[in-house]
Design a protein around this ligand. Sequence first.
Ligand code: ADP
Ligand code: ZN
Length: 530
Amino acid sequence: TVAVADAADDHAEQLLAAIKQYWGYDSFRPLQREAMLGAMEGRDCLTVLPTGGGKSLCYQAPAVCRDGMAVVVSPLIALMKDQVDALTECGIPAAFVNSSLTAQERLDVANRVRSGELKMLFAAPERLVQPRTIEFLREANVSFIAIDEAHCISNWGHDFRPEYRKLNCLREAFPEASIHAFTATATEQVRQDIVDQLDLRDAEVLVGSFDRPNLLYRVERRSDAMSQIRQVIDRHPNESGIVYCISRSNVEDTAATLKTFGYKALPYHAGLEAEQRRAHQEAFIDEKVDIIVATVAFGMGIDKSNVRYVIHAEMPRSIEAYQQESGRAGRDGLEAECYLIYSGRDINTWEFLINQSDNEDNRKASFAALGGMERFCSSVTCRHQQLVGHFGQTLDHTTGCGACDVCLNEVETVDDALVTAQKIISSVYRQEQRFGADYTAQVLRGSRNKKVRHNKHDQLSTYGLLKHESEAVVRGWIDQLLSQGFLKRSGEHSVIVITEEGNRVLKGDVTPSLARPKTRQTVQSAADKW
Ligand code: ADP
Ligand code: ZN
């Protein structure tokens, strides 16, 4: 064991010298040392680090230090050129193969592989698993294989890609080379799936902390999206930020509206010409504009460390997606704000999109993930705690994290939660459990609208019981009861029905915890404190 420890120390020193020489870094980030030693010593491993944790260096540094050439699998064809250019600039011989290359360019790469000159070869998964490519690479001196975004191999992940499945041939095709999988987002289930699918030998699994203590999380129901968005942007004048929307049209609209208000913003989505996407991305990275308004197509692999805020104008489809997208804020370790605006309509949008899939397993997994996201939004426990909890970790904050709306007491809990919940649940009962959340809120608020009068619900004993509360507040409470399982949605019209637990509330046996959804004023004052 002494000899092994010495070898590890030697390797670590060699790695430190390399990251200093090529990248100018002075030390390892958490788990980088362990992950790099795995690659130096040829042990299969899976490394799970949050976005910004420094995964790329975990394979780049050992690739430089070891003899031979490392093969890096990445799904992001569009980014390979950038990655290779960046390495070349550091003085590291690297190349890529994907469908964008001409026959001549492919030949050039093949020659560079044959001559043993390359330290790193990036390959798209579908290209790598072609028998010709494997045959060719078996002749080369492959030191190890790194698989980036490894969660793409799992049905349970949030970004399943069928071409990743075929990577399961690598273990057998390259018995001499170790395999190193990397991902930012893996639950226990996804982790196991990655190890199984890739058939990793005796895999070492390294899991970093998922907490991002420098990020401040806030979640708010949508009331007036544009003013909510502007309020966040105005807290960060002249700083870089990303605004995520679900649809391309909403991206366009939001970017255009921000421009009319005088903000420097550009849209980004897959419907734009490649040239334009690139130009907008560059304008953002070079800080010619402050704000990029984007669909989820933006961000994967983009290395901009000083993003000071990420706004979700609409709810993402899963906690994994949220963690990854919001994680693009504050990669430099300095404070940054993650602000999420949601409404029931976002849930309907995602349900619609999920139902487009004809794979039943995928649909099930997506609905479960969506439910998790919905609970995250409407719950009233520490956001940091909830996020790390999703990845099987816990935080030992006794006095709150100090960096989320819940712990900062921006979310005001309701004193008479039992009575309030009873009012809401009895209204659902009196309406015969045949109506949706918005309508229920209208009845409770004593709305005079046509539908309410037509149904004679203005004659219910629960009519107007919450007439002193705003629409957003009552809707928020209904969401909280839904997320805590006292009510549930049912059927394709999403009518609200009472659960077993909900009946216990009516009897006074359990008390839900309800929070008063924030109004704009309360957020602002708490923000000043922060
Ligand atoms: P990930 O792929 O895990 O999201 P990256 O590999 O893109 O993260 O790294 C995030 C940022 O951290 C990059 O700007 C990278 O240059 C920087 N970085 C990585 N490792 C170190 C280190 N040991 N010291 C300083 N900066 C680092
Ligand atoms: Zn907290």
